[in-house]
Ligand binder design. Structure first.
Ligand SMILES: [Zn+2]
Ligand SMILES: [Zn+2]
Ligand SMILES: [Zn+2]
Length: 366
């Protein structure tokens, strides 16, 4: 993720999520039109704002920014046309939001939005198509952020015959259980399931991987053949595979072939896990480069992934070296490893398959 700069004195850094510049105190927000976070000044007596980067256009806050401060989207007048809900690009994918009569839910929802926006921003950087429900009524992307009746239901024991909310993907619809945004609940789940890593961003990156399997692989014979040659046959009974995984626990030697124990449950989960790691790698290396960290490879930035680059094994080598460094930095602060994973040769091959499928899809779209 790149950072941005305010136009005020000393040009302080603005982060993707910022809603205010700490130096000049102005409102800041993300404009899809400008592809940047910039500072805004209010127009007198109106809901509109102006910015230095685009002085002839008036902007308005996204309704979710204005009413609940869960995003920082700013909409130009042109973007507000035919947009009666006044939602920004990232918010327009929402089809269900948490119950806002429970005040605690707003803070949890805000965390979900932050992770969602980061995920979508990386997809945009990769030039991937992100069809919504209008462009693709059957399988277009939409999000549902739902809560169990009690936040303890999901994380202690699933209740029989009660509507437990399962985080998952189904035909473009991504559901995230609001409890995942609760740090205590998520940590408890991570420990009880013996997972090395469990974050909101990781959930979004995993579930969006299922979405792109439908979009880029399912109906595309070449991509499907490539997928099966590295990930195996997805026609295996999915429900049975998950049941077996949860009943028998993890396979002993999973780390030779898979990025996580869960990835070993079924080729679809393997794909989604690997896809998430591809996004972890692309985004984190971009961040490092943005801060001037010297990375010894010509090509590590997703903006530079182009037709000339058919193979990302060199990038994976850089990533592996880099993760050793940034895990060590975390240890220096008494924190857990930021990237507690080992990329085996088999996983490297799978990451390359994800890369090739993304690359072929984006080349076709050009
Ligand atoms: Zn400023
Ligand atoms: Zn918004
Ligand atoms: Zn999954």
């Amino acid at each position: 993720m790149q950072t941005f700069q305010c136009t005020c004195k000393n040009r302080p850094v603005l982060f993707f999520e910022n809603t205010v510049c700490i130096a000049c105190g102005r409102l800041t927000g993300y404009s899809e039109k400008l592809h940047a976070v910039v500072a805004f000044t209010p127009c007198d007596q109106t809901d509109f704002f102006l910015c230095d980067a685009d002085p002839d256009t008036r902007y308005k806050k996204c309704a979710n920014f204005h009413q609940h401060s869960v995003c920082n989207g700013m909409l130009s007048e042109a973007e507000l046309e035919n947009n009666p809900q006044e939602l920004c690009y990232y918010c327009h994918f929402n089809h269900a939001i948490p119950d806002l009569s429970i005040s605690e839910n707003i803070a949890l929802w805000r965390k979900l939005e932050t992770a969602k926006r980061r995920t979508l921003y990386t997809l945009q950087g990769l030039s991937l198509p992100i069809p919504d429900r209008v462009e693709d009524p059957a399988n277009g992307l939409m999000f549902k952020f739902l809560a169990d009746k009690s936040s303890e239901d999901h994380f202690r024991e699933p209740l029989e015959n009660q509507s437990t909310v399962y985080t998952g993907h189904n035909a473009g619809e991504i559901t995230i259980n609001l409890s995942e945004a609760d740090d205590v609940a998520r940590h408890r789940t991570r420990v009880s399931m013996n997972e090395r890593y469990r974050t909101l961003l990781g959930h979004f990156r995993h579930e969006i991987g299922h979405f792109y399997w439908d979009q880029l692989v399912a109906e595309h014979p070449d991509a499907l053949a490539l997928f099966r040659s590295t990930f195996g046959d997805e026609q295996l009974d999915y429900q049975q595979a998950l049941k077996t995984h949860y009943e028998k626990g993890e396979q002993k030697d999973w780390s030779q072939q898979f990025i996580s124990a869960y990835a070993s449950s079924h080729p679809w989960e393997d794909w989604a896990e690997t896809w998430a790691h591809y996004l972890h790698m692309v985004d984190t290396l971009e961040t490092a480069q943005h801060y001037g960290v010297r990375l010894d490879a010509a090509e590590v930035n997703h903006h530079q992934i182009d037709s000339a680059n058919t193979d990302i094994h060199q990038t994976i080598e850089v990533w592996t070296t880099f993760t050793v460094m940034f895990n060590s930095l975390n240890r220096s602060m008494g924190l857990q490893d930021a990237y507690p994973f080992i990329i085996s040769d088999a996983v490297s091959e799978k990451l390359n398959t994800v890369h090739r499928i993304i690359r072929n899809a984006t080349l076709k779209a050009q």
